[in-house]
Design a protein around this ligand. Structure first.
Ligand SMILES: *Cc1c(COP(=O)(O)O)cnc(C)c1O
Length: 374
């Protein structure tokens, strides 16, 4: 099956028992056993639930992986992956990973003895310098948030393989429709499915996909032991969201491209950050199209305020990836916890705006962004 059919018919499709076309919501915690220990394959819903399993098979098919796992949030997925490591292990991470990822490593896993370095993984040659005897994995995000920096997954995977390290890729911004990390050499792919995979700003969920049986067994052990599972209703809602992934992503990409071209003409826009621009500059061609995320710097605060007070359909809010356009000011919202000097050095200035381009009519989005400068 090709991708657009897989999003609809991948994984476990419908319900064998009743012929229902969509996967039913198995809203149950436990399952009848015919005799002691003789069960239908399901014993308890933390260990396994048919609705969640349908979602897990679906995402594994879409990413071209061996096995998938659904968690109660992106952070639960990330934390569960980090539990693959033990005290004294060392991991290398991109220095501009999602803020929550930085926080959980630096404030939670550090206390459990995990060692780590946050480095600029865009510079491939730099990575090797940080590999130590106890290094176990490289964790990257590409493109990054909010500056859309890219890391060459294939090149990093070569370094990972040479040194016997796991390569973990957070693929939230791209989704498997636009980028397939496992095909490029990754061992583990992570999603905040809260974003594009869910796609409707109506659920919080996380997914993990692994590329082999051994990692699959380890992840299932952690998922069942720690228990940060996604419930049956949210699993169903996420399957429903994924069914239109390809159609939504095409429109997100198309709208974003038009908006970038329009922004280029605006004199109040100082700099644009967009994966399409980064990919051309760095010759990294690992995504099918460039996604729906754009950041741009406005020349001054006055224009920024004008822009924000002009909005009719674009909502000022955190999060991204929904059908509706959302705008945020990272320095004051998602990235406020990073000290101002560091933010400025990174390029996350007070007038940087991040736009999650929705699938509305692009003319309406552009009309919201149009400033009356007189
Ligand atoms: C939102 C996000 C996360 C965290 O996911 P939650 O579902 O909010 O827990 C992780 N990585 C990236 C890239 C994100 O955008």
């Amino acid at each position: 099956m090709k991708f657009n059919s897989l999003v609809i018919h991948g994984g476990i499709d419908g319900d064998e028992k009743t012929g229902a076309v969509t996967v039913p919501i198995y809203q149950t915690s436990t399952y009848r056993q015919k005799k002691v220990g003789q069960h239908s394959g399901y014993e308890y819903s933390r260990t396994g639930n048919p609705t969640r399993e349908a979602l897990e098979k679906l995402i594994s098919d879409l990413e071209g992986g061996f096995r998938g796992f659904a968690f109660s949030s992106g952070m639960a997925a990330i934390s569960s992956v980090l539990m693959l490591f033990k005290s004294g292990d060392h991991i290398i991470l991109s220095d501009d990973v999602y803020g929550g990822t930085f926080r959980v490593v630096d404030k939670v896993f550090k206390n459990l003895g995990l060692e780590y370095d946050f480095i600029n993984t865009n510079d491939i040659n730099d990575i090797s310098k940080y590999i130590k005897k106890n290094t176990k994995a490289i964790y990257i995000e590409t493109p990054t948030n909010p500056l859309m920096k890219l890391t060459d997954i294939k090149e990093v995977s070569k370094i990972a393989k040479e040194n016997n390290l796991l390569l973990i890729v957070d693929n939230t911004f791209m989704t498997p429709y636009l980028q397939k990390p496992i095909k490029l050499g990754a061992d583990i792919v992570i999603h905040s499915a809260t974003k594009y995979l869910g796609g409707h700003s109506d659920l919080v969920a996380g997914l993990v996909i692994v590329n082999n049986e051994e990692l699959g067994n380890k992840m299932h052990f952690i998922q069942n032991s720690v228990g940060a599972i996604l419930g049956p209703f949210d699993s169903w809602l996420l399957i429903k969201g994924i069914k239109t992934l390809h159609v939504r992503m095409d429109r997100h990409c198309e709208n974003a491209e038009k908006i970038v071209n329009w922004l280029k003409e605006q004199e109040w826009v100082k700099k644009i950050y967009y994966p399409g621009i980064e990919a051309n500059e760095n010759k990294i061609m690992q995504m099918k199209k460039f996604g729906g995320m754009i950041s741009f710097e406005v020349v001054n605060e006055e224009y920024l305020n004008k822009l924000l007070s002009n909005l009719k359909i674009i909502t000022l809010a955190e999060s991204l990836g929904g059908v509706e356009s959302l705008i945020s000011v990272p320095a004051k919202m998602t990235h406020a916890s990073i000290p101002a000097e560091i933010r400025d050095k990174l390029g996350i200035t007070d007038t940087l705006v991040r736009l999650s381009v929705g699938i509305e009519d692009v003319e309406d989005i552009i009309s919201d962004l149009t400033l009356n400068l007189k």
